[in-house]
Design a protein around this ligand. Structure first.
Ligand code: HEM
Length: 430
């Protein structure tokens, strides 16, 4: 399995004493399962090949390793265990993202990267519990058997573009790379920032690929109910179906691949990238809400509307969202970003189980609340969150906020001044 490099670094004492480590050649022990555990529940095996040792040594250097102690029933085992690397190395993912940006700039492959990520994830079946039988974002689309599924026609080109990046970064998985390429393509095309997480584990053999037929058809007899059959099976809802369909704001359909679309149009005959095909939108390398506007208006024969695209304005439930996205790009971006992140996680097995972000800020970080509490602060140390909450509550009780000074009540001030003047006058009069 790619980049799965659980390893145990024996202490010098452990190396010299035990039979398992008495060989003249220093060896690394690998340990599974990979969480902190007692030796009785562990199975040890030696990494004999030099490449495995090299991989483990590389892994040992990685900054994201978690280190923990291994305990025997008799106490300290005398060894520090490096529990394991995550499925992908975060630093390598970040570097790969820069390479993907470069690739996008030079080849204009944004659309096919988005389609690649979607087709790897979109095989998910929520009714199957076992991984990888349930399908989803597990890198299975790297295998020829799945690339040959009719729905995946042409995606081999996306694989070819990404392979050099995969070769360059040994400790990232295909599953992560596909989703990274897709999310980066959306963002680089001007779309929303997608709250992605990483750490997807790859399937390891072609027989773990899903069977053909899990992805949607563009021209089924009843498009709306077909879309629901397929996307509900993935655990997605009507809003998510419509938002995700908005990815067709990018790219083109090519008759020689899918059978849909014109060989070329005025918008595609000169590229950029390989010329030809029929796009859904005029500016098919820019991510915006023009897909919804163009389908609604049907203003140009040169723009594609698949039967499943048309269903978004024909079906009453889909239509609510399609109309909204045609009017309000921000609403589309917000819903798209959320739905894309959800799609990218479908069926995935994460290592670590919660996944990890490669953005400097946390995946879905809330904007930090501005807080000014100079009056209450000693100036030497930050107030606790509890104290901030109490102060905020006090302010709010009198209709104010710690972020801005309380509004003066001029009327009350005037009455007080009049009252004081009246009191003084009466005192002086007496
Ligand atoms: C709703 C059901 C969907 C159907 C029936 C459908 C169908 C298709 C078809 C027929 C093509 C043309 C492929 C070719 O000839 O090269 C295509 C392309 C594309 N699809 Fe979809 N799709 C669907 C949903 C999605 C979703 C959910 C996404 C992404 C989130 C997506 C992203 C794309 C992109 C970006 C392209 C352009 C690829 C390129 O230019 O190379 N599609 N789709």
């Amino acid at each position: 399995m790619a980049a799965n490099c659980s390893s145990l670094t024996p202490s010098p004492m452990a190396l010299s004493g035990g039979s398992a480590t008495s060989s003249a050649t220093p060896r690394l022990l690998s340990l599974s399962p990979t969480t902190t555990a007692r030796p009785s529940s562990l199975s040890f095996h030696f990494l004999s090949s030099s490449s495995s040792v090299a991989a483990s040594l590389k892994c040992l250097k990685l900054s994201h390793q978690k280190r923990t102690k291994l305990y025997s029933s008799g106490g300290d085992f005398g060894a520090v265990v490096t529990t394991k690397c995550f499925a992908s190395n975060p630093d390598q993912l970040k570097s790969a993202r820069e390479d993907i940006k470069e690739l996008l700039k030079t080849t204009y492959c944004h659309p096919i990267m988005v389609r690649l990520g979607w087709h790897d994830a979109g095989t998910y079946n929520k009714n199957i519990e076992e991984w990888p039988q349930r399908g989803g974002a597990n890198g299975s689309l790297r295998f020829e058997v799945e690339q040959k599924h009719a729905a995946n026609a042409g995606l081999v080109n996306a694989l070819k573009l990404l392979q050099p990046i995969k070769d360059k970064y040994a400790t990232i998985t295909y599953a992560d790379l596909f989703q990274l390429a897709s999310a980066t393509a959306i963002e680089e095309a001007g779309g929303p920032k997608i709250p992605m997480k990483y750490g997807r584990v790859d399937v390891s053999t072609p027989d773990q690929c899903p069977e053909e037929g899990r992805l949607p058809d563009a021209g089924p007899p009843s498009p709306a109910s077909h879309l629901r059959d397929v996307f509900y099976r993935m655990g997605l809802n009507d809003k998510e179906i419509v938002a995700l369909s908005g990815a067709h704001t990018l790219g083109r359909s090519r008759p020689e691949r899918s059978g849909w679309g014109k060989p070329e149009t005025k918008y595609t005959k000169e590229g950029p990238g390989a010329p030809g095909g029929q796009s859904w939108t005029e500016k098919w390398l820019k991510f915006d809400n023009s897909y919804f506007k163009d389908i609604k208006e049907r203003r140009d024969e040169d723009l594609l509307v698949l039967p499943t695209d048309a269903a978004l304005f024909d079906d009453p439930s889909f239509k609510v969202f399609a109309e909204k996205y045609a009017e309000d790009e921000k609403a589309f971006f917000d819903d798209y970003a959320e739905a894309h992140a959800k799609l990218s996680n479908l069926g995935a097995k994460f290592d670590p189980t919660e996944g990890f972000s490669i953005n400097d800020e946390p995946a879905a970080a809330a904007v930090p609340e501005k807080f000014v509490a100079a009056k209450y602060s000693s100036g030497k140390r930050e107030l606790s969150d509890n104290m901030k909450q109490k102060i905020r509550a006090e302010y709010e009780a009198v209709g104010g906020s710690p972020d801005k000074p309380l509004q003066s009540n001029y009327f009350l001030n005037i009455i007080i001044v009049i009252a004081v003047l009246a009191l003084l006058t009466s005192l002086l009069g007496n």
